[in-house]
Structures are given as C-alpha cells and as structure tokens.
Ligand binder design. Structure first.
Ligand code: DQA
Length: 147
C-alpha cells in the first residue's frame, strides 16, 4: 500500500515560520518521521511539496490515475480558498485525511473555513508534527478497514 503525503503552499518554509504555531521542525524532518512511521506500519510513504497550485492539482490527478491507496494533505493556505484543490481531491476514490500543524480553529476567522473539508474523511489540527503522524495512522486504518 502507498500513501501520498501532500504539502501545499509555504510548507517548505517550516522551521522558519512562526514557531508559536508551527514549532521549529523542518519539512525534511517531518518527511523523515512520516517515512519511519510508514515502515513501522508496513506502508510506503511518498511525500510531495509544491508552492504551485497547478502542480499540486496535477500531482493529485496522477494519484488518481495511479490508484494511490490514500492521501494525507496539509494544503496550507489553499485549504481556505482553493476550489481547484478541492475539485481535484474530489476525483479520488481513495480516502483523504486533512491535517494542520497549528490549531486552525483557535486562529484568525479565515482559517476556520476549509473548502476541502467536504471531500476529506476527517481533519486533524493543532498537534504539530504529530498531526501528520496521526493523519498517517488514520489513513492506514481507513485502508485496512476497506480490506
Ligand atoms: C496550516 C494552517 C494554515 O492556515 C496556514 O495557511 C498554513 C499552515 C497548518 O499546518 O497549520 O500555511 O495548514
């Protein structure tokens, strides 16, 4: 089984962004943690980051074509306004888990809205890097439940 972890706009800057919300962990460290947990759980983890919306949409199209088993996505600020990302995720038959490092509901009002929420199975927000790890566990459980 293969799980695709998608990181959206500005998430390559983890480690340099506001540490009150995002801690000091870098994206490379997050990806290493995800791959280590993937091997513990016996799934392959592929990680991808882009700052370009069209590139993200095309990556999701490829995941659709490749029948990727599950997707974990932190869409960054796209979460709050990208109907393009939502429509692309909506194509997937595979389960999608939405994750956020920060506790978005305790922040500015615009972060309380997720336009991708209607096409995901659930959201995990506020646990730092652990949001990703919990998201990966949730994705693996969803796959195993379908077997
Ligand atoms: C984020 C929350 C978003 O509101 C923000 O735009 C981000 C990161 C998070 O991981 O907490 O870039 O998705």
């Amino acid at each position: 089984k293969t799980i695709l972890v998608l990181h959206g706009i500005n998430l390559d800057m983890f480690g340099q962004r506001d540490s009150r919300h995002y801690g000091t962990v870098t994206l490379a460290q997050i990806d290493r943690r995800l791959k280590a947990l993937g091997s513990e759980l016996n799934v392959a983890v592929e990680c991808f980051q882009t700052n370009h919306e069209g590139e993200m949409v095309e990556k999701i199209h490829q995941a659709h074509a490749a029948k990727t088993d599950a997707v974990v996505i932190n869409a960054g600020a796209w979460t709050h306004y990208s109907y393009g990302i939502m429509d692309a995720l909506g194509l997937l038959a595979a389960p999608v888990v939405e994750v956020h490092m920060s506790h978005v509901h305790a922040r500015e009002a615009f972060r309380h809205v997720s336009v991708i929420a209607p096409v995901v199975r659930g959201q995990i927000s506020g646990f730092g890097v652990n949001s990703y790890l919990l998201g990966l566990r949730a994705a693996v459980d969803l796959i195993r439940d379908m077997e």
